[in-house]
Design a protein around this ligand. Structure first.
Ligand SMILES: *[C@@H]1O[C@H](CO)[C@@H](O)[C@H](O)[C@H]1NC(C)=O
Ligand SMILES: *[C@@H]1O[C@H](CO)[C@@H](O)[C@H](O)[C@H]1NC(C)=O
Ligand SMILES: *[C@@H]1O[C@H](CO)[C@@H](O)[C@H](O)[C@H]1NC(C)=O
Ligand SMILES: *[C@@H]1O[C@H](CO)[C@@H](O)[C@H](O)[C@H]1NC(C)=O
Ligand SMILES: *[C@@H]1O[C@H](CO)[C@@H](O)[C@H](O)[C@H]1NC(C)=O
Ligand SMILES: *[C@@H]1O[C@H](CO)[C@@H](O)[C@H](O)[C@H]1NC(C)=O
Ligand SMILES: *[C@@H]1O[C@H](CO)[C@@H](O)[C@H](O)[C@H]1NC(C)=O
Ligand SMILES: *[C@@H]1O[C@H](CO)[C@@H](O)[C@H](O)[C@H]1NC(C)=O
Ligand SMILES: *[C@@H]1O[C@H](CO)[C@@H](O)[C@H](O)[C@H]1NC(C)=O
Ligand SMILES: *[C@@H]1O[C@H](CO)[C@@H](O)[C@H](O)[C@H]1NC(C)=O
Ligand SMILES: *[C@@H]1O[C@H](CO)[C@@H](O)[C@H](O)[C@H]1NC(C)=O
Ligand SMILES: *[C@@H]1O[C@H](CO)[C@@H](O)[C@H](O)[C@H]1NC(C)=O
Length: 438
């Protein structure tokens, strides 16, 4: 019964846009239309000698703030110093040309804008009230990741800052539409401190030309953000397609094609002792997940041993609830569904001994089709630390075939409290739920 009711509510939410997001449809679909719609149009003249375009961008943005349009023409722009485009009000930004990050990691180390969360950094941050970013056909925002991956050297050298391509910080009532994002040195998008954002019609792509692979290239991470919809995107990347980080609420993801990722993830959360993390009211609908480690994933940390002095080894407070995954097609995916409350616990015995203080409940998985990669014996995993902190899980219409042995398709399940599971569950092995580092 709960399932049917929530299913209807979730469908209605997707169809009617129950969470408020703005409808700031783009006015102009080409450069020539822009002057018709805006009194002030501020075109950024590209510095053609390979110099830094940031001072001119900031100058034009300030000129057109308050109702105008900032326009990147069909030219090449270079970002060679931090571009802080936050704090604007009523500004539409059109991008017709190519914007590239200067691709010298050493040059950037003492210049990047630092972000406290996860000790990360960026060269471009965007925010403000009623600020809209529209990509016109043919443009690319290019993170020029290759030199960063060369320096990273397949994780052999990790001790330097690699910027997130775009950080949306304090964006309130904004539309981000039509962007083509390429080769970010790190995550592609962090959406933080924001509300009322529609991020639509996006292309994300990443590739390497040598043996130095790309890492941490999440499509999106949401943090301290509510009322966000991400709709219609093609994502080719090498880490989470989308990840819900602490305090992500009222978020809809709809119509995504994810290729090569680690899946769509809630978390990890609950890592920091005594800190409250919340993920609530999340709908993820119509996703094709190809060549990925996981399909839909929730990863939270267990409690920590009472005599542990570490503050970043679990024991976080808060909850994950009302999370709804529907209409997933998986192709060559390690595990279709992966739920753990034992993230990084080391062993299941430790996890069960120190149950999570972060409660997971009302989590739905419905209409999953397709085939796993056959990498694992199991087609999915749902391992919790204790039934008292993990309950009301529902699976329905899960038609995923385990490539390893189609007639032996099963899930590893453990410690789920009151739940309705349609999948065939076996008791947890010593390994289930402990996969770290992905
Ligand atoms: C932007 O980059 C794309 C892809 O590399 C290219 O096709 C296009 O011509 C470039 N545009 C400009 C204005 O240089
Ligand atoms: C960007 O500029 C605003 C003021 O306009 C400032 O408050 C904010 O701290 C800056 N952001 C970063 C990351 O430096
Ligand atoms: C943050 O990252 C930088 C660059 O990797 C590193 O040098 C620094 O030690 C890190 N700081 C913390 C507190 O982890
Ligand atoms: C978000 O807001 C908090 C509190 O104002 C601030 O400390 C932080 O720098 C902001 N940005 C990000 C990316 O967390
Ligand atoms: C997303 O794609 C669907 C199906 O093609 C379309 O109906 C919808 O209008 C698109 N949404 C946006 C915001 O462009
Ligand atoms: C589902 O998403 C795909 C993109 O992955 C899109 O082509 C398709 O139109 C969407 N289906 C519906 C019913 O919107
Ligand atoms: C998916 O990713 C694989 C591996 O990177 C790539 O070969 C393939 O072309 C991608 N498929 C699509 C449709 O982009
Ligand atoms: C998340 O929300 C909780 C509850 O409001 C709050 O205690 C916590 O500080 C928030 N976390 C962040 C990172 O803002
Ligand atoms: C306390 O810490 C020790 C050493 O790390 C460990 O062996 C023991 O299991 C812990 N005991 C409790 C009750 O947490
Ligand atoms: C799964 O397969 C069924 C039956 O073929 C179909 O009705 C449904 O739309 C499929 N769902 C997805 C998410 O592909
Ligand atoms: C596949 O699983 C079935 C059912 O458990 C079992 O009878 C069969 O031997 C397995 N096949 C292989 C090749 O392991
Ligand atoms: C499942 O395994 C756990 C520990 O590995 C054990 O305590 C429990 O009794 C088992 N449950 C069933 C139903 O076999």
């Amino acid at each position: 019964m709960i399932f049917e009711v929530f299913h209807l509510l979730a469908c209605a939410a997707v169809l009617t846009g129950a969470f408020y997001v703005p409808l700031n449809k783009r006015n102009a679909n080409s450069l020539s239309e822009i002057p018709i719609y805006y009194k002030n149009v501020c075109k950024v003249e590209a510095n053609k000698k390979g110099g830094d375009d940031v001072p001119e961008i900031l100058k034009q943005a300030n000129k057109c703030n308050g109702g105008g349009a900032l326009v990147f023409d069909t030219e090449d722009y270079l970002i060679k110093s931090p571009l802080n485009l936050t704090g604007f009000e009523n500004l539409d930004i059109y991008i017709a040309g190519n914007i590239s990050l200067y691709d010298d990691p050493d040059y950037w180390q003492d210049k990047l804008l630092l972000i406290e969360y996860q000790n990360s950094s960026t060269a471009i941050t965007i925010g403000g009230t009623n600020v809209n970013l529209y990509g016109l056909p043919g443009h690319v925002i290019d993170g020029k990741g290759q030199n960063w991956w060369n320096k990273f050297n397949n994780k052999k050298n990790q001790n330097f800052y690699r910027p997130i391509l775009l950080v949306f910080d304090g964006l309130v009532n904004g539309v981000v539409d039509g962007l083509n994002l390429l080769n970010s040195p790190n995550w592609f998008n962090l959406i933080a401190n924001s509300s009322g954002v529609a991020y639509t019609n996006t292309n994300i792509d990443v590739y390497t030309v040598n043996d130095n692979d790309f890492y941490n290239t999440d499509g999106w991470d949401s943090y301290r953000t509510s009322n966000l919809i991400v709709e219609n995107a093609t994502i080719n990347n090498g880490d989470d397609c989308f990840s819900f980080k602490p305090n992500s609420t009222n978020i809809i993801l709809n119509n995504l094609y994810c290729n090569g990722s680690h899946g769509i993830s809630v978390g990890s959360i609950g890592q920091y002792y005594g800190v409250t993390d919340i993920v609530e009211n999340v709908i993820v609908n119509n996703v094709t997940m190809s060549n990925a480690d996981y399909g839909a994933r929730l990863k939270t940390w267990a409690g920590r041993p009472a005599n542990s002095s570490k503050t970043d080894a679990g024991g976080g407070l808060g909850y994950v609830r009302n999370v709804y995954f529907s209409d997933f097609t998986v192709e060559n995916v390690g595990q279709s569904i992966y739920v753990t409350q034992c993230y990084s616990a080391g062993s299941l015995a430790t996890c069960y001994e120190y149950p999570s203080s972060l409660v997971m409940s009302n989590v739905f998985f419905t209409n999953f089709n397709g085939t796993t990669s056959g990498k694992y014996d199991e087609a999915g995993t749902m391992v919790c630390s204790s039934p008292s902190v993990c309950y009301d899980f529902f699976t329905k219409h899960i038609d995923v075939v385990n490539k390893k042995n189609a007639s032996d398709t099963f899930f590893i399940c453990s410690n789920l409290g009151d739940s309705e599971l349609s999948v065939s569950c076996v008791n947890s092995t010593s390994q289930g739920g402990l996969n770290n580092g992905l």
